[in-house]
Ligand binder design. Structure first.
Ligand code: NAG
Ligand code: NAG
Ligand code: NAG
Ligand code: NAG
Ligand code: NAG
Length: 852
């Protein structure tokens, strides 16, 4: 230990001693061998060598001076690791190689590497001497190299960004930055770092060309890289362009917007979140893709919407700077649709129910409407109906089924997308009923009968089977009822829908009597009886009364015999002649049956006595005669009062006029001369008078009336024998404004034309009066001429003068017909029978009783 410490302390001294010794030795040897001291090795190039990596180098080591070459041998090179460089193939690019002779040796180093740097030593043996040595140093530097400095870079706006420019080199280069010919230095927004330029907050104006320059002081190396910077911005969804929750009806088109910004322009994809699919890849059952995305606007469109399209949709916008998304919901309103709706059948009196179930979203409102009704069946209805509502399901229970409940019940489903309806049929089974069968009896006769058709209408659900039975007359010989079968040759049976009928001609009395139509179904049975009666001629008329009598007419009230089992009476007939004559000269009058029971004989002679005899007739023939009724006609007298016409309140359409209507009365044997009409405002006393001629048809127009006023009217008929009792009634004229509103001009025109009409009427009336005066005083004038003409003609028709008179007075209402009498009823044939059409008469109290 002591020795070592000592040695280390002493080492500089020791080194100095050794060095001195070596120097002395060298000087001595040089001096000792004066010629040999010149022998040495030379390496070219001379001096230290500095080369860039990758270059090649060539070193040559030779013996100097040339004269000494023969004495020197075994020249060799040592590399920096002190290994002898072994020769290798000259083609090996990375290899050392050497070539030479005893006098020189060359070293080739291809593609210099950093590791190749160091001291290379050339050594040769010089016998008798120390080996010859020559060293040379190779320095290798690395050139400036941009290892991570892309020529195009895209920092993202809105945050710190680094423009990369990573440079290598040995010795390490220095990097500086230039933009627009201005150097950039650290400070402000810039910071130059080892591997790039950091920009504090990247903005769009940072775009442009940057030059990254690297230089090495020791070598003078200089390189630069131009970097083009494009600033990217992250995608953003514009405030107004965000997708919003959307509600659409099935089948419609829905669209959602997604308006984005960003550089470069982001690509937009829409994802249907329930399945996670990209909408552009979605297909439906028919392999249709109903979703589309507009490449420009980014909007999503869904065509022909289906319920399955409902859900959240996410819009995603992506560019190299980032991704943004937004989500919105699409609600598809599903239209109401029915699943199967069932029908039901149940028996009368029971309960039944029908249900409809429906699809649709939102759940539709449901209600039932019965066929033929406008309004839904209400929930509150005294227990007849019970309505049970569940979501998408409605049940209607009908209690106490009646036949009216049979029919279609329509279930109506409504939501915002529309309405659907579907009907259920409720069938109510019921026992057969004959309530619409009109036939309760039938009548026919035995001699040459027409076929009789007995029919019944059996209504039933389900359809009834119908059979017919005939009640047996004589129950001793068999069952009380005889079944009618299609095998019976004289009866034909038929069935058409609900109508069953049997048609036959009766063969004898046994075919008359009670028939029954029997209908049966699963609910029950019903029987309907039809009596088949043997028809006869009518029974004699039960009663005849004189209802009213005038000088020339008689009105009878006739009551036929009550024979429900016989054929209908079709008409009544009367034969009559003047007392003292006989039935061989009788006149006949035939009336169809009149529901009011009143029948009139007219054209009788005043103050004459007549005998009447009555019959009833039906399809089979004529009844026996009544007894004879006798009657003396009253003498000619004043007319009967005019009759009231019940619809006489008709308005003419003019507030200032009114058409009076009355029924022209019987003239009581003397023609009516005129009608005296007096009228006054109700409450006033002084009437106005007008005179209307006969044969106006019972119509006369009053004019110059006050509007909206009630008038009292009295109409009196006048003939040569005097005046009738008055017909009194009142009427109300139309109110003024209701008329003036129609047309003012025509109103004034009407009134002037009415005034003109009145003038003409008055003129005609005057002429008529003058003419009548002439007729009565001097048998001259138009009336006289007419009268003479008529009298002359009627004489050819009839010998009775009174008949002529009747014809002239009441021509319009009479209609003459000739009809032969059957010899069966009246034994002696008559010469002339005159049949008069029925004529309505005012009813009066009979003046006297029918003669016994
Ligand atoms: C119900 O009745 C209706 C009308 O009669 C008919 O159209 C429908 O097919 C029936 N429905 C069912 C399920 O039988
Ligand atoms: C019998 O009368 C019924 C009901 O009026 C009718 O439907 C049917 O056709 C008639 N039959 C014959 C054979 O006339
Ligand atoms: C029942 O009768 C009706 C006519 O009344 C007919 O249309 C229908 O076909 C019948 N039904 C059956 C099952 O015979
Ligand atoms: C009265 O009016 C009714 C109904 O407008 C009509 O049928 C009738 O013929 C009128 N009567 C007269 C006499 O104009
Ligand atoms: C008819 O009216 C007149 C007055 O206009 C009156 O004197 C007469 O009694 C009335 N007659 C009847 C039957 O009302």
């Amino acid at each position: 230990m002591v020795d070592r410490q000592y040695l280390s302390k002493m080492s500089p001294v020791f080194s100095l001693l050794v060095g001195t010794y070596a120097s002395l030795l060298f000087v001595f040897s040089t001096v000792a061998q004066a010629t040999d001291t010149d022998v040495h090795l030379m390496v070219t190039p001379r001096g230290s060598i500095n080369r860039a990596a990758g270059e090649n180098i060539f070193l040559k080591c030779s013996v100097e001076p040339e004269a000494a070459r023969g004495a020197v041998g075994n020249i060799r090179w040592y590399d920096p690791k002190n290994d002898i460089v072994m020769p290798s193939a000259p083609t090996n690019s990375r290899a050392f190689s050497q070539a030479g002779s005893d006098q020189s040796l060359s070293l080739y180093i291809m593609n210099l590497k950093k590791d190749d740097a160091g001291e290379y030593r050339c050594q040769a043996d010089f016998p008798g001497h120390d080996p010859l040595i020559k060293t040379t140093n190779i320095d290798i530097y690395e050139d400036v190299k941009f290892v991570n400095a892309p020529a195009s870079q895209t920092p993202i706006a809105g945050g710190p960004g680094k423009i990369l420019c990573e440079v290598t080199g040995n010795p390490a280069p220095q990097v500086d930055w230039i933009r627009d010919n201005q150097p950039i230095s650290t400070g402000g927004r810039y910071k130059i770092e080892q591997d790039g330029l950091v920009i504090d907050n990247v903005m769009e104006e940072d775009e442009g060309d940057y030059i990254c320059r690297a230089s090495v002081d020791s070598t003078g190396g200089l390189r630069s890289q131009t970097i083009n910077v494009v600033v990217h911005t992250k995608p953003e969804i514009e405030h107004g362009g965000r997708p919003t929750d959307t509600r659409r009806v099935e089948g419609d088109v829905a669209s959602m917007s997604c308006v984005v910004t960003g550089r470069p322009a982001p690509t937009i994809t829409w994802v249907f979140l329930p399945t996670g699919e990209d909408v552009t890849k979605m297909v439906d059952e028919q392999k249709r893709n109903r979703h589309s995305v507009d490449p420009v606007t980014g909007a999503l469109t869904v065509n022909d919407l289906m319920k399955r399209d409902q859900g959240d949709y996410k819009c995603m916008a992506t560019n190299p700077a980032g991704t943004v998304d937004a989500t919105a919901q699409l609600f598809v309103v599903e239209k109401p649709r029915f699943d199967i709706v069932s029908n039901t059948t149940e028996a009368f009196g029971r309960s039944t129910s029908i249900t409809c179930t429906v699809r649709g979203d939102p759940a539709p409102e449901l209600q039932y409407i019965k066929e033929g009704s406008d309004s839904p069946i209400p929930e509150d209805n005294n227990g007849k109906y019970i309505i049970t509502k569940r979501e998408r399901e409605l049940t209607l229970t009908i209690n106490q089924l009646t036949r009216e409940d049979d029919g279609l019940y329509t279930c109506i489903a409504t939501n915002e997308a529309g309405t659907a309806e579907k009907a259920s049929h409720v069938t109510v089974k019921f026992k057969p009923t004959f309530e619409h069968t009109p036939m309760h009896q039938a009548k026919t006769w035995l001699e040459n009968p027409l076929p009789v058709n007995l029919s019944c209408i059996a209504e039933a659900i389900p359809n009834a089977t119908v059979r017919w039975e005939k009640k047996q007359q004589n129950t001793l010989t068999g069952a009380p009822f005889l079944m009618i079968t299609p095998e019976m040759s004289h009866i034909s049976m038929s069935q058409e829908g609900a109508v069953s009928s049997i048609v036959f001609r009766p063969r004898g009395l046994e075919d008359f009597g009670e028939y029954e139509c029997i209908a049966a179904n699963e609910i029950g049975e019903a029987r309907h009886r039809i009596n088949l009666y043997l028809a006869r001629v009518p029974a004699p008329i039960q009663s005849v009364e004189f209802a009213s009598v005038t000088a020339t007419t008689i009105q009878f009230r006739i009551q036929g015999a009550d024979e429900p089992d016989n054929l209908e009476t079709q008409q009544y007939e009367v034969y009559y002649h003047e007392a003292g004559g006989d039935m061989s000269n009788a006149m006949q009058r035939v009336w169809p049956v009149n529901p009011n029971g009143l029948y009139v004989v007219s054209d009788l002679k005043p103050a004459h006595r007549y005998v009447f005899r009555f019959h009833a007739t039906n399809a089979l023939g004529i009844s026996p005669a009544t007894r004879d009724f006798e009657r003396t006609m009253p003498d000619i007298g004043p007319p009967r009062p005019p009759g009231l016409v019940h619809d006489a309140l008709n308005n003419t359409g003019d507030a200032n006029s009114y058409v009076l209507l009355w029924q022209e009365p019987d003239d009581n044997g003397s023609p009516i001369i005129d009608y005296q009409i007096s009228y006054r405002k109700e409450g006033e006393n002084q009437p106005k008078m007008v005179v209307a001629p006969p044969r106006t048809g019972g119509q006369w127009s009053l004019t110059g009336l006050d509007a909206g006023t009630r008038y009292a009217v009295e109409i009196i008929a006048r003939n040569a024998k005097g005046i009738s009792a008055p017909l009194n009634f009142t009427f109300l004229t139309a109110s003024a404004h209701s008329i003036t509103r129609v047309n003012n001009d025509s109103g004034s025109f009407l009134s002037t034309s009415v005034i003109a009409g009145i003038c003409v009427g008055v003129l005609l009336l005057l002429l008529l009066l003058i003419d009548l005066c002439c007729f009565f005083t001097a048998k001259r004038g138009i009336t006289a001429a007419l009268c003479r003409k008529c009298c002359g003609e009627s004489k050819k028709l009839s010998e009775t003068e009174d008949l002529e008179k009747m014809r002239t007075t009441d021509e319009a209402d009479l209609n003459f017909e000739k009809q032969p009498l059957t010899t069966k009823q009246v034994t002696e044939t008559t010469t002339i029978q005159t049949v008069y059409r029925d004529q309505a008469y005012p009813e009066l109290e009979p003046e006297d009783k029918p003669s016994p």
